[in-house]
Every structure is written in C-alpha cells, then in structure tokens.
Design a protein around this ligand. Structure first.
Ligand SMILES: [Zn+2]
Ligand SMILES: [Zn+2]
Length: 354
C-alpha cells in the first residue's frame, strides 16, 4: 500500500509502506480521510515523533475491507471512524473506566501506524460504525468530537448552566456545540479572531465575545447577570487564555482545562487569588473514552452529525489535501500561517464496494 511517511522534520513523502494484515479480533479499515491534529504538528516539525520513519494519523474515517476471526460487530463495507487509543483494559485505571489514563496504552497514529496510510488494522472495538450519510472528512472529526464531549463531562452536568468556551480551534468549536446539545442555558465563545467567532455563531453559539476588546471581561459578566460562568472550558492551552478562564468563572464555578499547554504557564499572585476568592474548581481532561470501552461519545457524534444537531461548517476544515501530495502539509506548516481548523488528508475512496 501507499502512505504519507514522515522521515524527519518537514519531510513527509508519499511512498510504499508494508500493508498491515488482519488478525483474529481485528478489522482492516480502508482510510478515506485523516485529520492532521495539532498534536501532529510538533511530530512533523520538531522531532516530536516516537521514531522514524513513521506513519502518523489518529483522526480518521473509512470503511471496513476485511474482518479477522471472531469479529461479530462489523462487516466489510461498514463505514467507521477510528478510536485511536488502545488501552490495556486490565490495569486499575482501565478497570475504573479511565482508559485515557492507562499507563500501558498504545495509540494508533503515534505509537502504531496510523491513518496517513491507506489501510489500518485495529482492534474490533477501535472501529466504530458511523452513519452512512456522513462524509468522510466529517468522519475525521469524530475523534475531536469525542474529546469535546469528554471535556464537558469531566467538569460536571452542564444542563441549565452557563458555559464559556475559550478558543475557536476545532476542539473549541465542537465543545461549544456539545455544550449546547447537552443542555447549557447559554453558550458564549471567546476568541481573538472575528472570523472564527462568526464560525462559532454559525455553528450554534448563543453569543461570542472578542478578547481583543479590553473590556471583554466586563462584557462577559453582563451576559451572565454579573455572575460569571458556571462552566469554563479552556480549549487553547496558552498563558493568556488560562488566565481568561480564571477571570470568567463564577464563584464556585468549574474550569476544565482541555487545551494542552504549548509553553510555560505562570500565574501572578493576583491571578492565583481568583482561585481562592472564587472558591472555584479546576479540573483537566485528557483524550476521550468512557466505560464500557470506547464509550458512547462516538455513537453520540454519529447520531448528532446525522440528524444535524452537530453542525458541520466547511470552515471547520482549513484545507483538504490529497494524501498523494503530503508536501502541501509541510509547506503550510513551514509558512507559519495560522492554521484555523483541520487540515484533512483525503485518500482515494473510489474502490468502495457496498
Ligand atoms: Zn488529535
Ligand atoms: Zn490500562
């Protein structure tokens, strides 16, 4: 088979790669679309991969071409999205259903060959059936959607509560959508970029606030009768946005840190004091999944994309790039232009047989 193979920094090549073989309990998936995650960027640009050469890609959709002995839930032709996390299912964390905290996990697309390749062989449970009406590039957003649902659930029941979502990357946009679907009374999205705020509005946010405005905190408090937000979801992972979360949270509210920090984070004494003075709760979220593995996030995503509660907007994608020309990805990353939304590698899907 062919794959976009990473050989070193900024060195992605479309070339031959050994085709994985199906085995008992596993299925073989023909990949149709695969997202280039923010977490893939340092792997591609700054020695961030576990080894070289490597085939990355953990956000992908496609269809089943072969099933191994003992597989009962899937058959060839089924449309599927991949669950990249392969937990051990035996350790204490796994037994509690905290699969993403497993210390013995494997991960498709960073430790094992991923969806930048034409085919991926994965455990039966790691391929989730998705509605046939869902386009492949939308199927590549299932993993980010599961991350958004996981982050919201980590912080507690959103029903009837106010929600602030900081950030308009794919995780921020999907977190705002899930806050709305799961019953938040008001969803307000914060970001610097006006165009991204328009996208948040189009995909169902009640209000948006530009953080370029020096009085944005005051504006935000007006939207909550001066209380601040019951839940704040930080979906960026940067110093200023982490401080924004502390400013926006209500007394006794909860902050969930979904974004992973890209650099050092320090708080001034005054900033730290928000935690004391508001008696707020701070929690974190890591990947996705809940018991029984892989959890219902994938099913929820399939249902909501199919019935339109989850809104797909073309601007959720930055660019669709044919996997045959992976150098287009490295050129975008080299240029330093801000990548808003997902770059999605599109594979040839025409051989599909129903
Ligand atoms: Zn990802
Ligand atoms: Zn485990």
């Amino acid at each position: 088979m062919k794959a976009a193979v990473l050989h070193g920094n900024y060195d992605l090549r479309y070339e031959e790669w050994p085709e994985p073989q199906v085995k008992p309990g596993y299925v073989k998936m023909k990949v149709c679309a695969c997202g280039v995650c923010g977490s893939d960027m340092p792997r591609i640009t700054s020695n961030g991969a576990h080894y070289y050469p490597i085939v990355l890609g953990h956000e992908f959709s496609g269809y089943i071409t072969e099933v191994g002995e003992g597989v009962t839930s899937l058959k060839p032709g089924d449309h599927t999205a991949a669950v990249p996390l392969v937990p051990c299912l035996e350790c204490e964390d796994c037994k509690k259903g905290y699969y993403s905290l497993c210390k013995h996990y494997s991960f498709i697309g960073s430790r094992e060959q991923g969806g930048y390749g034409e085919y991926v062989v994965l455990p039966e449970k790691n391929a989730v059936k998705i509605d046939d009406s869902i386009p492949w590039e939308v199927g590549a957003l299932f993993e980010p959607s599961s991350v958004a649902i996981h982050g919201i659930r980590q912080a507690g029941d959103i029903k009837g509560k106010t929600a602030a979502v900081i950030g308009c990357g794919i995780i921020g946009i999907l977190t705002a959508q899930w806050a709305r679907i799961l019953g938040a009374s008001k969803v307000v999205v914060f970001n610097r970029n006006e165009k991204r705020l328009e996208l948040a509005k189009r995909t169902g946010a009640d209000e948006t606030v530009t953080t370029k405005d020096e009085f944005f905190v005051e504006k935000a408090y007006e939207l909550t009768e001066g209380r601040g937000f019951d839940f704040v979801y930080e979906c960026v992972g940067a110093q200023p946005t982490i401080v924004q979360a502390l400013k926006l949270v209500a007394n006794h509210g909860t902050i969930c840190m979904i974004g992973t920090p890209k650099g050092e984070v320090t708080l001034t004494q005054r900033e730290w004091e928000y935690i004391n003075r508001k008696e707020c709760f701070i929690t974190g979220s890591w990947m996705s999944g809940c018991a029984p593995f892989p959890g219902d996030e994938w099913q929820m995503t399939s249902e909501c994309f199919a019935d339109g509660r989850l809104i797909f907007d073309p601007e959720m994608l930055y660019k669709k790039v044919p996997v045959t020309h992976p150098e287009e990805v490295t050129e975008i990353l080299k240029s330093g232009e801000p990548v808003n939304g997902r770059i999605v590698l599109m594979h040839e899907a025409s051989e599909e047989k129903e």
